[in-house]
Design a binder for this molecule. Structure first.
Ligand code: ME8
Length: 518
């Protein structure tokens, strides 16, 4: 049954260019989207940039540019990197777009009219790097819990009655077990909600910060950047835009949003955003999934502020875009932290892609070229029926698509890839045992039988890997004669028509010499 899938990445601050950490969130969302499209679902993928707030204003000031000019330039940088990483988003969201600002102002006005926003004195701390307010009690040795600097803030501000929605939120989380994921993140949010929730400061006086969405009921203020930014997920699909109500029903109310975020912004999404939605009377997202960190070689979080980031462009130059995408999805179990280094990437590519997938393709196409004139040889189902090893392999191959689908739907893309690699391993072992390079001379019926089976497995695995490695899999599939992938055909056997020409290919993933990593 096909369905709809709406996925979002965080919208990134335009204080710097994208790095491998931000690329990780975006690649993951791209991979999930491409899988859903492969399953026949209708999908919508949103990414974008978070342009307002103090952090961006300061970044623009540092460059001596007007904030909008700075943002326009950096937004382009993001698009360029996403293009290089083969990311096919549907929406590139910018919080400076007029329609968004108007929709944010409507949300503020509605909550104000309802009595959920009020004016009060704010006395506390502010962290520009996180754009988050902190109370004295929340600080650890005068810094944020993650060690970022804070500044004292004493100003009259508007507050959102977040406390009013604490209990409804707790009840919602309990009654929707799959809402905040993984489980440990849900527990973290419930732990946070054990303390009384304070109301949320949602404005900054223009005298302190000019770069933001003006508060509609008080022109001396702009909106707190998170209040503005979180709304992007819903305004993108039509919230507070009368003429887009059909879109909003389709993607927000019916499909439901899946917010893929890093664990640093779990509370802003699971508490600020959800209480805002509860107050507005708008359904909550379907899932908030917090993933872990891409770590550097010293096992530390890759972060812009520490300067310990890896440049995606440099990695693409080194291993190619598909291999990089494969590594990130395969080696980082979604939800956990995991390191990346040249050495780890080389090892993974050599093991899974060069020695396994690439090897299966090159040995199969070489043997078909050498012994069968480059044409898919004959296959006899009756022979396979009498051979337990063949029966097992076919059963495994025809169940793989369903297994991959369920793993992807469950946000476990690394496990989906593991299962695909298991089948490739099994197939290479099967060929070792059957040795068609020998039987081609002594028993060509058997050689043709087993090579046909290898072609079928390449057809299935090539299609199932294509959301992760779009370009390489297109090459692979075209080598085995597949023009267009049809989802239903991936759980069927003996689909490749007889006489299909098989192209003898150059190695899809040449082995990388370990000494080339640094
Ligand atoms: O927080 N590993 O933007 P941001 C994995 N504008 N993911 C990483 C990472 C790493 N080492 N470093 C960053 C903001 N990320 C707000 C979001 S949403 C309404 C507003 C990813 O530019 C991860 O997804 O600081 C994290 O949540 C995000 O970048 C933070 O990006």
């Amino acid at each position: 049954m096909s369905s709809r899938f709406y996925v979002t990445t965080p919208i990134y601050y335009v204080n710097d260019k994208p790095h491998l950490g931000t690329a990780y969130s975006t690649i993951t969302a791209d991979v999930l989207t491409r899988y859903h499209r492969l399953f026949g679902d209708e999908a919508l993928f949103l990414t974008g940039v978070d342009e307002h707030g103090q952090k961006v204003q300061q970044a623009a000031e540092k460059r001596g540019l007007a904030p909008q000019v700075h943002c326009d330039e950096l937004a382009e940088n993001f698009k360029t990197v996403w293009r290089e990483l083969d990311i096919q988003y549907d929406v590139f969201f910018r919080t400076t777009d007029e329609f968004h600002k108007t929709a944010v102002q409507k949300a503020l006005q509605d909550l104000y009219d309802k009595g959920d926003i009020y004016l009060n004195e704010y006395e506390g701390w502010y962290c520009v790097s996180e754009e988050v307010f902190y109370t004295e009690k929340e600080l650890v040795n005068g810094k944020t819990p993650t060690g970022k600097d804070v500044t004292r803030v004493n100003e009259k501000n508007y507050f959102f009655r977040m406390s009013k929605y604490q209990n409804p939120l707790i009840e919602y989380i309990h009654s929707h077990p799959d809402f905040i994921r993984p489980e440990n993140r849900k527990n973290e949010v419930l732990g946070f909600l054990r303390q009384p929730l304070a109301d949320l400061c949602i404005s900054r006086p223009k005298s302190r910060l000019a770069w933001g969405v003006e508060i509609p009921f008080d022109r001396d203020y702009v909106t707190y950047v998170w209040f503005d930014a979180l709304l992007n997920y819903a305004t993108a699909v039509g919230l507070n835009q009368a003429e887009r109500s059909a879109d909003f029903s389709k993607w927000w109310r019916e499909a439901g949003a899946n917010h893929l975020i890093g664990k640093d912004i779990l509370i802003t999404h699971s508490v600020y955003w959800t209480t805002m939605l509860l107050a507005m009377g708008v359904p909550l997202p379907k899932t908030i999934f917090a993933h872990g960190w891409v770590l550097n070689r010293d096992n530390e979080k890759m972060s812009k502020s520490k300067g310990s980031v890896m440049d995606p462009h440099e990695m693409v130059q080194f291993v190619g875009v598909d291999a990089l995408r494969y590594f990130l999805i395969r080696d980082i179990h979604l939800g956990n932290d995991a390191p990346i280094s040249h050495e780890l990437v080389i090892n993974r590519i050599n093991t899974d892609l060069a020695n396994n997938l690439g090897n299966l393709l090159s040995r199969t196409s070489t043997l078909i070229d050498k012994f069968f004139g480059g044409i898919v040889p004959h296959y006899n189902p009756a022979i396979a029926d009498t051979d337990p090893a063949s029966r097992d392999l076919i059963a495994h191959a025809t169940q793989l698509a369903a297994e991959v689908k369920s793993r992807i739907e469950d946000f476990e893309p690394s496990v989906a890839l593991e299962r695909i690699v298991d089948l490739l391993n099994e197939t290479n072992r099967f060929l070792e045992t059957k040795a068609p390079w020998k039987t081609a001379k002594t028993d060509p019926t058997m050689a043709s039988q087993h090579l046909y089976m290898a072609v079928e497995i390449l057809r299935i695995t090539g299609a199932l890997l294509s959301p992760v490695m779009p370009k390489k899999c297109r090459e692979l599939l075209s080598a085995v004669g597949v023009k267009a992938i049809e989802w239903g055909s991936l759980s069927k056997w003996a689909v490749t028509p007889p006489q299909t020409p098989i192209a003898k290919t150059a190695p899809l993933f040449p082995r990388i010499d370990a000494s080339s990593g640094s």
